[in-house]
Write a new protein. Structure first.
Length: 385
């Protein structure tokens, strides 16, 4: 048989009531289908949320899973996501479970997603689980978007300011220096400092750029190690302005994720294992894993989390109340909602704080360079007068 893939042959044989024991490829020649992962466009959270919500609606309406996946893949505009959905449909049609088919694409469908789908398939409530997943992804994406939007403005201002300063220092100041030398005038101290900085940057810029790139590369390599990630993430949580914001984001993510897992019927130990791997911060991940180990020994969730020092007392108290009343998922949802609102407030405060600081930075640096360059001109004009 000729077919584009092994799964296609398996499906075709299954339709004829034939179950193959082995399928071997007889393909000859050079395969020129080269895949470059860095050129593939990553599937965004919004696209996954829309797909999940639509699939839940179709299943709730009584459509078969394979037919629903076929319809959603055919209307998908994102090429990479379209191919993934087609692969999932073929695997499901070939006899795989939905969760098993999703696990073949861990970059797009993470461990949280696949484990919830497992719970939905086993409990016969796949549409309910998919709706919860869609809500979770939408709220996670909204939180991420708020933080990114708060950082875009200051990052843009700083980048433009640095570009302007580099243009002044490399191209404009040397012209002024030549003009001042021809005038034979003694330069004021601010001008001497700026001219000295300009000479130093022009002399060492070809060395500084590769060194800067190398330092970034070494930092990324260090951060990829277990020890490096633990040290850097711990420092992130201790930063003066950004530290409290990172902590609130981590608490909101932990509460929302664990609440979704618990309400979907995932066992608490499995849920904590999944949450730790999606925490986004090594210090928080370690605290969750320590809590998981303590629970195995008979402790509650609240006690070891409280000892870690990374979770606020209010969170610990609400988790303890949720455990004692049997409403842990409800309490976790309330904690998530509270801290998502806290993140909104913290982001707004951060933006209002950064704006005047950026204005001061621009005024001092760029204004200082301009004044230093024009001081000799003012002195020359005074001498002529």
């Amino acid at each position: 048989m000729e077919a584009p893939s092994e799964a296609a042959i398996r499906i075709h044989l299954r339709q004829q009531n034939i179950i193959p024991t082995k399928i071997a490829s007889n393909e000859k020649g050079l395969n020129m289908n080269i895949s470059l992962p860095f050129l593939k466009k990553k599937v965004g959270g919004r696209a996954i949320a829309i797909f999940t919500r639509q699939l839940a609606t179709m299943i709730d309406a009584g459509l078969p899973l394979v037919q629903s996946l076929e319809a959603l893949s055919s209307q998908q505009e994102h090429k990479v996501f379209k191919d993934i959905l087609r692969g999932v449909r073929e695997d499901v049609e070939g006899g795989s479970t939905f969760a098993g088919a999703l696990k073949k694409h861990p970059v797009t469908f993470n461990e949280l997603y696949t484990n919830l789908v497992v719970a939905g398939e086993e409990g016969g409530i796949l549409d309910t689980i998919l709706n919860r997943l869609a809500s979770y992804i939408e709220k996670a994406e909204a939180l991420k978007k708020k933080v990114k939007s708060a950082l875009v403005y200051p990052a843009t201002i700083v980048t433009v300011a640095c570009a302007v300063i580099m243009i002044l220092v490399i191209f404009v100041i040397p012209v002024f220096e030549t003009m001042f030398k021809s005038a034979g005038q003694t330069l004021p101290l601010p001008t001497v400092i700026v001219v000295g900085i300009s000479k130093m940057i022009k002399k060492y810029i070809l060395i500084a750029i590769p060194v800067f790139i190398l330092l970034i590369y070494l930092f990324k390599k260090y951060y990829q190690t277990e020890k490096g990630k633990a040290v850097v993430d711990r420092l992130f949580l201790k930063l003066p302005v950004f530290g409290p914001l990172f902590r609130k984001i981590a608490v909101a993510r932990f509460s929302r994720t664990l609440g979704t897992l618990v309400s979907s019927g995932v066992p608490i130990l499995d849920g904590l294992g999944i949450v730790s791997r999606t925490a986004g911060n090594k210090a928080i991940e370690t605290a969750i894993m320590n809590a998981r180990a303590s629970i195995r020994e008979g402790e509650t969730i609240a006690e070891p989390l409280g000892r870690s020092g990374h979770f606020p007392p209010m969170v610990i108290q609400m988790i303890a109340v949720g455990e004692s009343t049997g409403a842990l998922d409800t309490m976790l949802s309330k904690i998530a909602e509270f801290y998502e609102d806290e993140v909104d407030i913290a982001v707004a405060n951060l933006t209002s704080l950064l704006e005047p600081l950026l204005m001061i930075f621009l005024g001092v640096v760029i204004g200082g360079v301009v004044i230093a360059m024009y001081l000799p001109i003012f002195n020359m004009a005074g001498a002529v007068g």
